[in-house]
Design a protein around this ligand. Structure first.
Ligand SMILES: [Zn+2]
Length: 73
């Protein structure tokens, strides 16, 4: 779980929902006021908790997605 520090946890406020986005940047699920949302600092988008968890598991400490099954001997 190297990627946990690549996200900023926030509560979805009206301000965020109106001015930035009201859907998750990954799965496009609706975000509601008061939800926990996660700002992805490498792609500048808000994610729901589930997508944050999925991505952070694949990230290394530099917030890069580690590709699986390619480039390996
Ligand atoms: Zn999502």
């Amino acid at each position: 779980m190297g990627g946990e520090n690549c996200f900023v946890e926030q509560k979805a406020t009206k301000e965020i929902l109106l001015r930035v986005t009201n859907v998750c940047g990954q799965c496009y699920e609706s975000l509601c006021e008061g939800d926990d949302v996660y700002y992805d600092m490498s792609t500048y988008r808000y994610l729901c908790k589930r997508c944050k968890d999925e991505l952070s598991e694949r990230m290394n400490d530099e917030c890069e997605i580690e590709e699986e099954g390619e480039g390996l001997f």
